[in-house]
Design a protein. Sequence first.
Length: 549
Amino acid sequence: MVSQGVGGHEGYSGTPLWKIQQTRDQRDLLQESLNYVVDRKPIVSPNVLVEAVTFGGPPGKPFARHVLVKCLRKVANRSRIELPSTGLFQKQAPMGLFALFDGQSCAGDPGPGAADYAARNFHKKVLENLASLPPGFTNEKFVKAALVKSFEDLDADLLGSQPEVQDGCGAAVALLLGEHLFTAVLGACDALLCEAQEGSSSGSSDSRGSALSLRPVSLGRNQGRCSIPDERARLVRNGAVIVGEGIETQAVGAAGGRSSVSRSLGDRSWKQPISGGTVLSCISEIQSVKLGWAEQHMCFLLATKPLLDAVNSQEMADMAAEFVAQPRAACGEIATKAAEKAAASSQCTAVEVWLLPGGPGGEGFSVGSEEGSDTAGGSANAANASRPASEAPKKKAKQNPSAVLGSEMKSARLRHILVKFQDAQRPAVVDAYGKRVTRSRHDAEALMRRLLRELREQLDADGGAVASSKRNSLPMLKSETFQRLCKEHSECPTSQKGGGTCGDLGWVSPDAQAKLGRDFQSAVSVLRPGHWSDIVASIDGLHIIQRIA
């Protein structure tokens, strides 16, 4: 008989040591996971409204792809990526990544392959490179370096692992990190930062008046084109043959083709070595700006090459100013105007990010001091970098509504204008009277933009722009124009109600809002009583929503 205590299992009644260690490991792993969750501060999304609209282009895979990561921290958490916590990243500074990849900004023939690969993988490279920044290197200079390396890594992967992709693409990328905007532009795309001009009404996202005047500042026009003197000199140093002058300047590639674009992702045949160098580069133009949030700087735009060829920067800024805090309407107007002038095969895509009052994380959120920050890396505009962002009120921090959809939302009393449209996915759409709807989505969007203009014009005539800036919603709640437009155009049975109840949906619970779609719920979450929304898509069609209470 073997007595207890023999064999090294003393005190465990014969339980094997490997089993004991496995239990301990599982318990330690569980505790580590619990600590990870407990130690996390609430994640706040950037305090912005963002939309993208595309018109034109060939059927099938699009030439241009856009990526709107409204909260990059949530993506990092899901991927178990630990971002820095010092410098610009401290206090869980809100982070968003907005990108546009354009297969029409390439050296060879336009194609969808490079743009599609970049759209699916670029955010991963950004997270990896940001996560690798040591604690003492979390300032503007090194965030810029991380973006540069992200383009290099993506290009290397595209050329090394995707031999079937022969085309290339340009890019326009915006990274919001707290109150800082970082942009990276490659090729013939561009990013525009829209500043409120002196004397215009810039203080409120609630204003729907026409007094706002915006000045566009290009953040990506110093690279990507062979006609730029510095680009031409670089190409010559790398052994490229240059033909033409001025805007007609082109580089001759190894395979004999000609390109007016000097930088891109992909474009495999153009990156074959010539005389010790390559014709095309994947190094983007990087800039950074400390934002005068929703006061000096109102929004920024990303655009594809065909759109920029058809509509100039000031025209884009003017259309953004026409639809204040309504990025879908603004992008729709910009893309439509460009598509009317561009070739039928061109794809015109616009992205707008509108900055809402209250700072990067909404009212009451503060990112704190920039410990260890270093502006030696330079910024887009020295004057902009030296101007402080608007100070947030000093009160208890709270999350902005869009950051906590579904968790703190309450029922809202709403009325709306609903316009339906016909497409392949909606085969039998009928209006409030049972008649078949034949308009396309393009036509429905154009109609909704016209209705928004009429609402704004009526508000201007009533002096509502001034009243709205003081948060007086009475002129908007009593809007006879809203009632008339609802009666004339809305294809919801509620449009048949009389008087002020025309279009009234009553009290709509968060669950009911969610059933109409996340876009509908998100639009309601940022509305104050009296104010109306941007164009909002739901399972029923397109809406303009007015919050009554």
